[in-house]
Design a protein around this ligand. Sequence first.
Ligand code: MN
Length: 274
Amino acid sequence: MRMGAYTGRESLVESRRMRILITNDDGADAPGLEALLEALHPRFEIAVVAPDGERSAVSHAVTFRRPIHAAKIDRPYPFFAVDGTPADCVKLAVQALLPWRPDLVLSGINRGVNVGNDVLYSGTVAGALEGAMQGLPAMAVSLDFRRAPDFAPAARFSAALLARLETAPLSPGIALNVNLPDLDPSDYRGILWTHQRGCLYSDTFTRKLTPDGRSEYFLDGEVQSAECLDPGSDGRAVLDGYVSITPLGFDLTSVPDLGTLPAAFPPLDEILGD
Ligand code: MN
């Protein structure tokens, strides 16, 4: 993803800072975002387009039945708070708000990991995947926390990782899903390249009765122990103290089944003949 590489004349191209569009799903005033801005500015050329409030677990939802508004926030770089989802923010940023096309879309730092099946619910990951859909390299960063979350070291690590990515062969259409353990980066055990696999939370519902006698339900999952999760999975890696990185695409096709299922199904005229 070396900037200017497309010219084939890098040495002649005046170098510029990497342009990063930042979004999240915890909201424009979230501490994970603020820590990231502090670590990235002014080393990188940044712009922020983030939801104007909490949008966790909205997945890849988009808004089109009502208008979307972008409130400009006074910062030394472009900063907009949008009354939409993370996917809205990235679409709007790339298509309408930004003065430049980003070199990378960065989503985070999320308060809590996004691993296994939960990746499908995550607004943080959706922000990065929307960047991938816009043809841009992208990365989501999420921080595990069992203590009070300390985003500053995670943000400094993210900045160091981004600096390395400037020369990495990061494909447009792929988002890196990075999950950081609840440790100081000097205590990380290493980086594991992982599969998105398994389920970190067990699904449980708490039932309560309202004063007028109706039942209401609260989704209230419990965290599984690390041993329940596959070695090689994103959740296991991060609970074991590793930085987990999973390259994600947005084509959900099960390629092995596409190879085997057609032979197991009758042709159309047989189905119509039934
Ligand atoms: Mn969140």
